[in-house]
Design a binder for this molecule. Structure first.
Ligand code: FES
Length: 349
């Protein structure tokens, strides 16, 4: 079937999307609708979060066809990526038949909408001065998701939803674990800082999102995190430990100051279970008593890449946009092919 065969309302344009595992999704996009909206109207919820061009989670590559890009954050879609035909589907408006590639497998598309469930807070533990470990238990214990995915959480009282990556792996007890950076004036941050208590009831929308592990044989897997960008990468290495994956794995975590370090016990637990897993933590502003490396995760990566004798690793990167961009730059200089770099930018919400 060609995109021309998709019939829609007058003035609509056919759209054909291909997933990384060869799945195809075809629908018509009415005038004034984004590709993301048109897909949802056709019954397919594509990975997305903000739906307004700021988070980058609806990233895709147009392979053919004219389109207009609506206003968006340059951190979500840097100019260089835009020039290569990369787009944010929530801001992509077809002007004719359009084909695009999605950087995730068909299983990440939710047919029938995003699941909405209720859960109970079981722990609210500060782990740094501005980071809280939040644990929930869903009413429905069947809690399957892929490492790298996120949930949107809604505090009691119908507050706005906020997206947070899961730090644990799918399970049959309904357990969800998050590391939330508290942001001044943020709705969910204020809830967590001021009044969250075990026993609170939260609404949970998900799982959602395209970020995740890719099966590429025995190539090394390297993970690069800034701050709470550790959460989805912790989920990935935990999954590797559960499945005893054979790929050699390294994780580089960067924090601003030593007081911002968290997750060491969890990383040590993975290292104890997963042969071939190593991790390093660096501080941008080390204080007296800091014995680890100084600098950024990009610096750690730059030092480590030349040590690698064989194939370039698959890279999984998550953190604030400037850190992610620095890591992408370092990876390109170090010869890591762009298709081996998977990233998620954490934007303040
Ligand atoms: Fe498109 Fe956030 S969902 S940029």
């Amino acid at each position: 079937m060609s995109t021309d065969d998709v019939v829609g309302a007058a003035g609509s344009h056919p759209v054909a999307l291909t997933t990384s595992d060869g799945g195809r999704l075809e629908f018509a996009c009415a005038p004034g609708r984004s590709v993301l909206e048109a897909a949802a109207e056709a019954g397919a919820a594509l990975p997305a979060s903000c739906r307004q061009g700021t988070c980058g989670s609806c990233h895709a590559s147009v392979t053919d066809g004219p389109y207009e890009l609506g206003p968006h954050s340059e951190q979500a879609l840097p100019p260089g990526e835009r020039e290569r035909g990369e787009v944010l589907l929530c801001r992509t408006f077809p002007c004719g038949p359009l084909t695009a590639e999605l950087p995730y497998e068909q299983s990440r598309i939710l047919y029938g909408g995003i699941p909405v469930r209720e859960g109970t807070v079981t722990a609210v533990d500060p782990v740094t001065p501005d980071t809280v470990r939040l644990e929930l238990r869903l009413d429905d214990p069947d809690c399957q998701f892929d490492p790298g995915q996120f949930m949107e959480l809604q505090a009691p009282g119908g507050e706005p939803k906020r997206a947070y990556s899961l730090a644990n792996t799918g399970n049959w007890e309904g357990r969800l674990e998050f590391y939330v950076r508290l942001r001044e004036g943020g709705h969910f941050s204020s809830y967590l800082a001021d009044r969250a208590r075990p026993g609170d009831r939260l609404t949970v929308h998900g799982p959602q999102g395209a970020f995740g592990l890719h099966e590429t044989g025995l190539r090394p897997r390297w993970f690069v995190a800034g701050g709470t960008g550790l959460a989805p990468l912790l989920a990935m290495v935990r999954r590797m430990a559960e499945w005893q994956d054979p790929q050699p794995a390294r994780l580089f975590l960067g924090v601003n100051e030593p007081k911002d370090v968290f997750g060491l016990d969890e990383l040590a637990a993975v290292a104890a279970e997963l042969p071939g897993f190593r991790y390093e933590v660096c501080a941008w502003k080390p204080g007296p008593g800091w014995s680890g490396p100084t600098g950024t995760p990009a610096d750690l990566l730059a030092a480590a890449l030349p040590e690698l004798g064989g194939a370039a690793p698959d890279l999984y990167v998550c953190g604030p946009p400037p850190m992610v961009d620095a890591v992408l730059h370092t990876a390109a200089l170090g010869g890591v092919p762009p298709e081996q770099v998977h990233r998620e930018r954490f934007l303040a919400t």
